[in-house]
Design a protein. Structure first.
Ligand SMILES: *Cc1c(COP(=O)(O)O)cnc(C)c1O
Length: 389
């Protein structure tokens, strides 16, 4: 990288354009000006310059996952993150295989829906809205169901914000000799996840979460031997990861039209990720965001869904106040008028809302958010933020 490029790549938190709100949503999220600017030109998908960008991002992602040899492959795939999850499940699980899906929210549930479409056999451990699957439960299930071939776990279950005990579960899965498929969509890039510490077989993430790119593609990091033995498993031409990988290896190109602007923006986002200190740097900023947010919200009387030890630095769920004047839609609009977009809750048990800690925001901006929340509540006439108990 030249000096000028390095300075350009330095993480400078730039306010969104006038009137553009901060997206406190777990992807799409607020991107940097540099990342947006990377999209101000057009690229030919066959061109060698573009192919170089593709090669660089694949290499950068493998490095982030701690891969230093060719034992794993990185396969980007057009579409949102779910497309990549679907492709990964179809590739990793043999047609006569059987998955154990660990579920504690919307994304674990979505994996079972995908398996239904794929016609793959599975059992599920459903912990409800937010309880973490325990390693002992996984061990017990694997003992009682020796025909299970693959275990699927969501690392950060974005629907509640819980950070599931990946390391402990990975050890159990490996001790039983099963394949581990991790949906690290909302954690990869901000929570350490490397092959030396977490012996995963397949890991899925996407451009518009913790690496702070824009939507357009997902990517799968997969043990190469597993990928190579997956011929004939895919149910879908466009989601065939093996074909996508082989074509990319052979030609340097994406098999079908790539989301060119999203790809070049992602390269710029990756440079900023490195300049911020990689995963550790990003984790530190997001953690500070979360700590500032949670402390400020609790000071106003709000309560988090989760105990502190389960809170991810990605997104936090708060219970809605039971005060009669609190109405989520109004709250949302008041905050949007103050330049902050938040997220509705996804719980079946209680009214809630979520606030993301990821994207180009820092504790100073979280401080502004807290003032905006206090203002919004005052305008709404909500003077007690406690939920029902
Ligand atoms: C965002 C996300 C996905 C993918 O969702 P898309 O809307 O398809 O991008 C999958 N799993 C988790 C845990 C996520 O946070």
């Amino acid at each position: 990288m030249s000096k000028a490029e390095f300075i350009n790549a330095r993480p400078a938190l730039t306010a969104p354009a006038l009137g553009e709100p901060y997206l406190l949503t777990p992807g799409p999220l607020t991107t940097s000006l540099a990342t947006k600017q990377a999209m101000l030109r057009d690229w030919g998908s066959w061109d060698t310059d573009f192919n170089r960008v593709t090669a660089e991002i694949r290499q950068g992602l493998l490095q982030m996952a701690g891969v230093h040899d060719d034992s794993y492959a990185c396969v980007p795939l057009q579409g949102s993150g779910t497309f990549a999850v679907e492709a990964a499940l179809a590739t990793a699980i043999a047609r006569d295989g059987k998955a154990l899906v660990l579920m504690n929210g919307a994304y674990g549930k979505r994996a079972t829906q995908i398996l239904d479409y794929l016609g793959r056999d599975y059992i599920a451990l459903d912990k409800g809205d937010y309880l973490p699957p325990q390693p002992e439960e996984v061990a017990e299930l694997l003992k009682n169901h020796p025909d299970v071939t693959d275990v699927f776990l969501v690392h950060c279950e974005t629907s509640s914000g819980i950070l599931n005990p990946l390391r402990e579960i990975a050890d159990v899965v490996k001790a039983h000799g099963k394949n581990l498929i991790v949906d690290a969509m909302s954690s990869f890039g901000a929570v350490p996840l490397t092959v030396d510490k977490i012996p995963f077989d397949v890991m899925v993430s996407s451009a518009n979460k913790c690496i702070e790119g824009i939507p357009g593609f997902g990517f799968v990091i997969i043990r190469r031997a597993l990928l190579e033995q997956s011929k004939g498993r895919a149910h879908s031409l466009s989601l065939d990861l093996l074909e996508q990988w082989q074509y990319m290896e052979r030609t340097g190109q994406w098999r079908f039209t790539p989301p060119t602007h999203s790809v070049v923006a992602f390269r710029r986002a990756l440079e900023q990720h490195v300049a911020e200190g990689g995963v550790a740097g990003r984790q530190a900023r997001y953690t500070k965001n979360r700590d500032t947010l949670v402390a400020g919200m609790r000071a106003m009387g709000f309560q988090t869904l989760l105990e502190d030890r389960w809170l991810s630095p990605i997104i936090t769920t708060f219970f809605s106040p039971t005060h009669p004047n609190f109405e989520f839609k109004r709250f949302y609009n008041e905050l949007k008028a103050r330049q902050f977009v938040i997220y509705p809750g996804k719980l079946t048990i209680a009214e809630s809302f979520r606030i993301g800690c990821i994207g180009q925001i820092d504790e100073r901006i979280v401080g502004q958010l807290l003032r905006a929340i206090a203002d919004a509540l005052a305008v709404m006439g909500v003077d007690d933020c406690r939920p029902a108990n």
